[in-house]
Ligand binder design. Structure first.
Ligand code: ATP
Length: 578
């Protein structure tokens, strides 16, 4: 019952809806009594040769009215209670999704996507069941069960009632015991399902790698193994479930036998009429479902409770980066000043950045180069405030990043990462992403700077061409250029290109660099690249190695020195000549 306490916030919000639902459940329970009672009366009148057409008419009228009212009452409570359950689902789904979006990299490292999706599907359904089937069963068991037993005692005979309902609590007990077994297996089935969705998601995401390495057969075998495991567990669940029905029939059968044997005895003793006995059988019929449901109720509540805890555990995880109270907006045309003493990722002790300091006045360009793994992308993550746990300070427009509004901070940067993500919608929507109000000319202008406009013009549906999932229908270079156009459209204060032209040929890259230089919109640029050609026009270039700046200055100065930059420049020039 703890789950009802945990969901008290929701039931308080939906008080009216649930109250109306329960009132109509009570009315349904009362109309439920009319039909057996009328049939019993019919039997008595028939038995006593007192049945007349008008009397038959009254009974049929009563049964019809009770049936119609029941239809209407059921319609109302179903709408109210199921509506409430659907609303709980909507709220939990919304909360979880919003939470996922607010989380940082470490969260997604801790939880696999398949698990996160399972929480959004199976766990939410289990909690939703509490607010739907759970509430219905609880109210129905108490209300229908209670009114039926009272009717049996008052309208028929208390001794017969007591003896006849004796086996019914076993029905509830059995439902609970088997339910527990079912629950344990259900947890295994949930885990197997989560593994299967992890596997499916990984295979779908990595489909290109699987095909390239010719691993289709191995992957299919692995997938089939997981499907087999899931089916086996579900088979076991079904076997336990299948035990339930025959046992139910035995207990219900026993109840009828007792009722008929002892009831007939009472009829022969003239303590009750034959009509009362017939009505009584009708009441027993009405009582079976509430008893049966009580046992199942425990499972619904337990399952819901476990799932609610799992959802809450996720929701309780806080993002590493929090917005302070009274956060400030980024000033217009901000200068960027970086002074990082040291940084390590939260889940590792390895120092990834040390003594990184530079200034990027508004409108200037900074180039960052260096060996792979030297910390270039990590530096960008700190600028975008994906991590906060560094020693030192970063200011934008003179304000510490940690004091800025997150939305305002992120709107100041446009970041084109090494690996782009395109959405399965049109090319235009991919460029517009988040900037749906921008006029079409600006979309085209961004595509022109990104040198993707000529490619789009060649497509049959132009800007309205659908991009396959993850940009499947575009080449790697086209995807990179589309991502660049998307980053340019909002005209951010600082544009960050993180090796974002790696898939382009030299000619296209030169063209894009030229377009970027010609941009009329003033903005700062941070260009990270393996190709020194991309940064040679920068106002300052930083060379990183093992998280430290080992060289800095302008291109002309750096090629004069004997360090990494000059060596790399010569090597790349030679490669170009080949
Ligand atoms: N999320 C993370 N958690 C722990 N360590 C990480 C994480 N991301 C990167 N690292 C480590 O930080 C170091 C710097 O990585 P980073 O990606 O910043 O290098 P990079 O210079 O951008 O490399 P590349 O040129 O290959 O993109 C590497 O040793 C890497 O293994």
């Amino acid at each position: 019952m703890g789950i009802f306490r945990k969901l008290a916030w929701f039931f308080r919000l939906q008080k009216r809806r649930y109250l109306v639902g329960v009132v109509f459940l009570v009315l349904t329970a009362f109309t439920n009594l009319v039909i057996p009672r009328s049939i019993g009366q019919f039997a008595d009148w028939a038995n006593q040769h007192q049945l007349t057409w008008p009397r038959l008419g009254i009974l049929l009228g009563l049964i019809t009215i009770a049936g119609l009212l029941q239809y209407w009452f059921r319609y109302i409570w179903r709408n109210q209670i199921w509506g409430g359950a659907a609303d709980l689902e909507r709220q939990l789904r919304g909360k979880l999704f919003q939470h996922y979006l607010a989380m940082d990299d470490t969260f997604f490292k801790r939880h696999r996507i398949g698990d996160l999706m399972a929480r959004c599907t199976n766990d939410i359904s289990a909690v939703q069941n509490v607010a739907g089937v759970g509430i219905l069963t609880l109210a129905d068991s108490i209300i229908t069960g209670g009114t039926t037993i009272i009717a049996m005692i008052v309208l028929v005979n208390w001794k017969l009632t007591l003896i006849a309902i004796l086996p019914l609590p076993f029905l509830a007990l059995m439902a609970k015991v088997l339910g527990d077994k079912l629950h344990a297996n259900f947890a295994k089935s949930q885990a197997a399902f989560a593994q299967l969705s992890n596997k499916t998601q990984e295979s779908m995401t990595g489909i290109k790698v699987i095909k390239t390495l010719g691993q289709e057969e191995a992957d299919i075998a692995d997938f089939n193994k997981k499907v087999e495991q899931t089916i086996n567990i579900n088979r076991h669940v079904n076997r336990v479930d299948a035990l339930f029905d025959p046992l139910t029939s035995i207990i219900i059968g026993l109840t009828y036998v007792i009722t008929i044997v002892y009831g007939s005895h009472l009829v022969l003793q003239k303590q009750i009429t034959i009509g009362q006995l017939i009505a009584f059988v009708g009441y027993i019929n009405a009582l079976i479902w509430p008893m049966f449901a009580i046992g199942r109720l425990f499972n619904v509540l337990e399952r819901g409770n476990a799932s609610y805890d799992r959802i809450q555990a996720l929701l309780a995880e806080t993002a590493l980066v929090q917005e302070p109270a009274q956060a400030q907006l980024v000033p217009a045309q901000p200068d960027l000043v970086v002074d990082i003493q040291s940084f390590h990722y939260p889940d590792s002790q390895q120092l990834v950045l040390q003594k990184i300091n530079f200034q990027l006045p508004f409108g200037k360009t900074l180039g960052i180069v260096g060996r792979i793994g030297s910390g270039k992308s990590t530096l960008v993550k700190l600028l975008l405030r994906r991590f906060d746990n560094y020693q030192g300070q970063i200011t934008l427009g003179g304000i510490d990043l940690r004091k800025l509004q997150l939305d305002s901070l992120r709107a100041s940067f446009s970041y084109v990462p090494q690996e782009n993500f395109l959405f399965s919608t049109t090319i235009e929507n991919n460029i517009r992403f988040g900037n749906y109000q921008s006029p079409k000319q600006l979309v085209i202008a961004a595509a022109q700077v990104g040198a993707i406009d000529p490619d789009i013009a060649k497509l049959p549906a132009g800007y309205q061409t659908m991009v396959g999932e993850k940009g499947m229908s575009l080449s790697g270079g086209q995807q990179q250029r589309l991502a660049l156009a998307r980053a340019l459209l909002p005209q951010p204060a600082i544009l960050i290109l993180d090796d974002s032209t790696s898939a382009l040929d030299a000619k296209t890259e030169v063209k894009i660099n030229h377009n970027l230089r010609q941009l009329k919109t003033a903005q700062s640029k941070i260009i990270i690249s393996q190709r020194l050609r991309s940064v040679m026009d920068a106002d300052e270039i930083l060379v990183l190695d093992q998280g430290k700046i080992i060289q800095r200055g302008r291109h002309a100065k750096l090629i004069q020195t004997t360090g990494w930059y000059a060596q790399m420049w010569q090597r790349q020039q030679l490669n170009l000549q080949k």
